[in-house]
Design a binder for this molecule. Sequence first.
Ligand SMILES: [Cu+2]
Length: 470
Amino acid sequence: MNRRHFLSRAGSAIGLSTLSPRLALAAAPARPRVLEARKATAPLMGAAAPPTAVWAYDGQVPGPVIRTKQGEELRLRFANRLGQPSTVHWHGIRIDNAMDGVAGLTQAAVPPGESFDYVFTPPDAGTFWYHPHNRTWEQMARGLYGLLIVEETEAPAVDRDLALAFDDWRLGEDGQIDEASLGQMRDWSHAGRLGNWLTVNGVSQPEIALRKGERLRLRLANCCNARVLSLRLDGHAAWLVALDGQPIAPYQPEDGVVTLAPAQRADLIVDAVLEPGARPAILEVGGDYAVETAVLVYRPEVVARAALLPPPAALPDNPLPRALDLGSALRQELLMEGGAMGRMAGARHKGRHMGMRELVGQGMVWAFNGTAGMTEAPLLRVERGRTAVIEMINDTAWPHALHLHGHHFRVVERDGRALSGEPWRDTVLLQRDEKASIAFLADNPGKWMLHCHMLEHQAAGMATWIEVAG
Ligand SMILES: [Cu+2]
């Protein structure tokens, strides 16, 4: 009896008597895990203050940490219970194009009340994250984001693996999200929406317990709309072991500072060397300030070690391209223009040229190669298997964080200096007036966005796409 025949008889009296519950369970397709976006509240200002109304995945901010294993299929049913259409983008995953979650490019936005099944197998282990890719500037500002951790088959030996999602919120005096400023052109044409309230995993200045002698893996993710974070763990020499999910040769950064543009991640290995009672902070540092974002609290107990821990080994390699053939690469310039204090006089939008005044009326203030916003044709069309180089020129008075979907890339040139062996990244920070060339192997077919991850810049024109043919 073949399988179909067997199943078709299962409902009959004879079938039922021969079908054990165990077989019935095994035959049922695996139910996907549901990830539901809905309105919720979160105690952003602390337990003593009234909670903040947010939009959240599964009712929590950040959304649940989704943990999976490298090479294993992940099935997630996104259920949209918001009042507006949404999608889920799996940031940094070299994913099948149809699962990339970009509304209007790889899928239609999921209407309120409907759902969409995301099924993909992450090729790379590392620290990734997820967020909407429809009205991202609003939906993320309201709380929709979460971490996606893909575990190595052979994970490094650590006592604890801590994932920390950093976010800055713009809250009013009442502790609620400042809605009046959503979409405000002053933010869009300047640095983007900068918050006035910083949280780590949805909590302001959380205390994280640890014990002397432990080895920690710290996964830091910048989930802010637009703020660049420079983070330093006080009192410890941390090893940087991965950036944007991809392993690097471990090293201890100068001054201990790790700078993360919006959407960037860093994995650190930290040995807890302080004494019980110590309270070192993870600081966000600038030229003349240091803010405590979270505090590590050493517990009275100590983990005894027979010997000092050796420096951490490199994380296992991910299946990234072996070589980038720069000599035969397809090259494309990307001129970034616009914004406050810029020189841009106008740009193409909706198929015709507009002056600045008209552009601003359309909510546009930035342009790539003279065009504001998405175009019918891609910026670049490249055959599968070829190396592509995008020469980015930041001709604006602002930093930008350029994110390429579906691929990791290396920076191969900065301000005219050739670089080799730079880390694989999915997001790169360009300072004002800076130039940087990125190279990647176009090995993932489909339509892939390339945009500024300062979400207000993206919404106001800094968005384009490339196509990998084949
Ligand atoms: Cu930008």
